[in-house]
Ligand binder design. Structure first.
Ligand code: PDD
Length: 286
């Protein structure tokens, strides 16, 4: 089954989808996107993803081109036209095609694109052993709360991790924890989960919210506050979270073991809570 994508009103095979080279997404990275996980053909936290998508449009002064009902229809169509029960839906809107000029063009139609790929959540061995991360300075721009397609900083930083054989970077700005190149970061210190607040310096992760909601609902001690570099370096546990990684333990940081060097007790509890929550939500959706 070939992948079916959506482009500006039509569904087509991925290999047939074409965007003009003057698209501002190509020329300037002038666009925003969303990634929505799908379990058993049901989108997870759809309303929350759409709310963030709308905020991203507002942040870059782009009119929200479809209604929430239309996005929902589009996502459902992509799910049913593509293979796999568990998928990752990618939506992207750019400011459209125009003569190259930094200032916004007038009367240009946005480019609207949607695709699906198989959702590959971390394999059991990865969940059981955790992953390696390395630390870097966060040199990205000051609007990291916008889910922008301008991801050069994130790509350069992720490659630093890849070059070191690690899966993610844990970033600091002014000696405080921000996030990873494509994930939020939590640490655990003396049994308390610490999460950096949702400021302009981090993406407000949908998974981040789920993790904090689960901590709250299940009596897991947690604090949302600035986390210093020293606290990260001496943490008992470090986690990364995202729609595709879910909740994953970082077991080495810069080559040194985090805590015992194995996923910790609080991680195991949260991972289980997350899996149970997913199952409950999907049962309700079915
Ligand atoms: N990335 N921080 C950054 C910089 C991200 O790119 C992401 C997600 C997250 C986690 O957000 P969420 O829990 O809503 O997935 C945090 C997606 C998956 C991506 O770019 O592919």
């Amino acid at each position: 089954m070939s992948e079916i994508v959506y482009l500006n009103g039509d569904f087509m095979r991925l290999e047939d989808a074409r965007v003009p080279v003057l698209d501002r997404g190509f020329i300037f990275g002038d666009g925003i996107y969303e990634v929505i996980p799908v379990y058993s053909k049901h989108p997870f936290r759809m309303q929350e993803h759409l709310a963030r998508f709308r905020r991203s449009h507002d942040a870059i002064r782009l009119a929200y081109p479809l209604s929430d009902a239309e996005w929902t229809r589009l996502v459902k169509d992509l799910i049913s036209r593509n293979a796999g029960d568990d998928q990752s839906i990618y939506l992207q809107v750019t400011r459209g095609v125009a003569k190259r000029d930094h200032a916004f063009p007038k009367d240009t139609q946005p480019t609207i694109f949607g695709m699906s790929s198989l959702l590959s959540t971390p394999a059991r061995e990865v969940v059981e052993n955790g992953v390696a991360a390395i630390t870097t300075i966060d040199y990205r721009w000051l609007k990291c709360d916008v889910k922008s397609t301008s991801l050069l900083g994130n790509c350069l930083l992720r490659q630093v991790a890849a070059d070191a054989g690690a899966v993610e970077v844990v970033m600091f700005r002014d000696a405080f924890l921000t996030e990873g190149s494509s994930s939020n970061v939590f640490v655990v210190k003396n049994g308390t989960v610490l999460a950096p607040p949702k400021t302009n310096l981090v993406l407000p992760g949908i998974t981040y919210d789920v993790v904090l909601e689960l901590a709250q609902a299940n009596g897991v001690p947690h604090e949302v506050r600035q986390v210093s570099e020293a606290e990260v370096r001496s943490a008992d546990e470090i986690w990364v979270t995202s729609s595709t990684k879910e909740v994953l333990a970082v077991t080495t940081l810069d080559g040194k073991p985090v805590g015992s060097g194995k996923p910790g007790a609080v991680f195991k509890r949260m991972h289980q809570l997350y899996q149970d929550f997913k199952r409950t939500v999907m049962r309700q959706a079915a």
